[in-house]
Design a protein around this ligand. Structure first.
Ligand code: SAM
Length: 216
């Protein structure tokens, strides 16, 4: 059922061996990249080879979609032995349970690619970027961690930029830094939603922000 969640009380309680096959990498590293609302998992698959030394996790709230991504990753692991062991998917509500899974300062990159726009004003409270949640995201982000956002909805783009800009713990990344970031080259067309927007010649609004101000 889409509304029932099993989750650990604290990050220490989480058994990551259920998601990643035991290996030198998984024994020594923690999850450092998070794809929030990962959909069908295209970003994880693209990032897996780019960052073989990083553990990455997609979070997805829909049961069927999470299962699809799990089968996709299992299939890739079977087909390419020894590869795709650094990516996994977890079914959870990212608006509620992040501190149950991740320690303070753990995450280096966080992705919000084509988040649900919730167009109506009365639904804005469901937007995954809001002031309260940004504080929670900042808590699990490492110093200088980067947050990537992409949407094809101008109003949502403005909303996200506004919220990050207004928040004390985030500041924008310079254009030069954005351009030299290899990840920026792939985030527009590695996910299923991104491919659809590119196919339909839609707009893409990208911005990157980071938590440099977050000093512990
Ligand atoms: N990022 C993917 C892409 O670019 O193809 C998917 C984009 S899709 C428009 C938004 C996804 O976020 C959906 O798969 C939805 O189920 C998921 N989602 C929405 N709210 C969520 C939440 N609170 N926690 C986790 N996932 C969520």
């Amino acid at each position: 059922c889409d509304h029932v969640f099993d989750y650990p009380t604290t990050p220490e309680e989480m058994n990551w061996n259920t998601l990643y096959p035991p290996s030198k990498l998984t024994n020594s590293r923690r999850v450092e990249f998070l794809d929030i609302g990962c959909g069908y998992g295209g970003l994880l698959v693209a990032l897996s080879k780019m960052f073989p030394e990083k553990l990455m996790l997609g979070l997805e709230i829909r049961v069927k979609v999470q299962q699809y991504v799990q089968y996709r990753i299992e299939g890739l692991r079977k087909m390419y032995t020894g590869h795709y062991e650094n990516i996994a998917v977890l079914r959870t509500n990212a608006m509620k349970y992040l501190p149950n899974y991740f320690h303070e300062g753990q995450i280096e990159k966080m992705f919000f690619l084509y988040p649900d726009p919730h167009f109506k004003k009365s639904k804005y409270k469901w937007r995954i970027i809001n002031d309260t949640l940004l504080s929670e995201y900042a808590y699990i982000l490492a110093k200088n961690a980067k947050v990537y956002t992409v949407t094809d909805v101008k109003d949502l783009h403005d909303w996200m930029v506004q919220h990050f800009t207004d928040h004390q713990l985030f500041e924008p990344v310079s254009d030069a830094e954005m351009e030299s970031d290899p990840v920026s080259k792939i985030i527009l067309d590695s996910t299923e939603e991104g491919k659809k927007v590119t196919r339909n010649k839609g707009d893409n609004f990208t911005c990157y922000l980071f938590s440099a101000k977050y000093i512990r």
